[in-house]
Design a protein around this ligand. Sequence first.
Ligand code: SF4
Length: 373
Amino acid sequence: MSEVRKALDAFIEIANDPRAQLDAVLAEGKKAVGVMPYYAPEELVYAAGMVPFGMWGAEIQVSESKRYFPAFYCSIIHTILDLGIRGEFKGLSAVMIPLTCDSLKGMGANWRYGVKDIPVIDVAYAQNRKLAAGVEFTESQIKKIRGQVEELAGVKISDWALAKANKVYNENRVECLEFTKLAASHSKTVSLIDRALVLKARYFMARDRHTVMLAELNKLLAALPEEPAEKKIVTTGIIADSPELLGILQDNGFTIAADQITHESVDFRCLADESIDPVKAMAKRLAEIEGTSVLYEPEKERNAQLVQIAKACGAEGVLWVLTKFCDPEEFDYVPGKAALDAAGIPLLLVEIDQQMVNYEQVRTAIETFKDII
Ligand code: SF4
């Protein structure tokens, strides 16, 4: 087996078995804190010597969560709560729940009722996050959560430790971005599923460990000759790690040249300013993130960014991966389509759900899209 394949498989093993990662952390005597989407201040958890554990749902069929949320809520919400009720997150010291969309606003109460043994840390950010007053409000919330995390860990989080956490996260963001470029230029060696799982693994392990592994993989990829990419597309949406969807794209010869996926590049394109107070740096970073429907953008900067990303990487089209029943994404799609139409960039919308079993419609749509572009 090649060195690259071995390195890729190490990430895949981690991404495919989050519970094993959590058990390993607990066996070391460390504490772990669950981190639900989106943009919870998990750097505080790292700075306190605990391990943040990402919670983005899973490809499972739910049953218990339907007693708490109506069936027309998105699968991320349903599957996270269902896993919680089933006891899949046993051992977490707490969960951070950001209130970034209407569905997540109901999660705190339902979690407290359905998963009684894991306490909740609510994460509220300023809606007008870019205004000076918004940054100030976000800072005040991060400080409040800092106190809660300190209590949980039983240690004080020094400014030095938090500044170090920002640095560790920045280093990871840089390697992740580099990896997305290398995956695009080595599309035969790195399959689309490999790409998604390498990035996904970072949610289930300490970021510095992910960085070390990824830097090694990036070095190996950079040493290989580039492989010409065919049918380059940009993906946009909340999450796009469905093996079925990625398998269909792979079968049809598509390369993800870049992405604007909240679960992927949107999370690591923006760095924290390491030259200022670490809490302010976290609040400022939140203000500067672009390209996601879950953070308020009065001017819908996401659209201009999407066009710019597509043009910069020479993409032949954009794939909008819409998470079923996600209001923020549905609202964004209309102006997003108008911007892409105006720029002459072909667009395909596919609706995805973590509980989906039949992908035939998606397959047909993608095959047709291939013929169009
Ligand atoms: S997918 Fe949409 S509705 Fe569901 S949690 Fe995310 S933003 Fe909210």
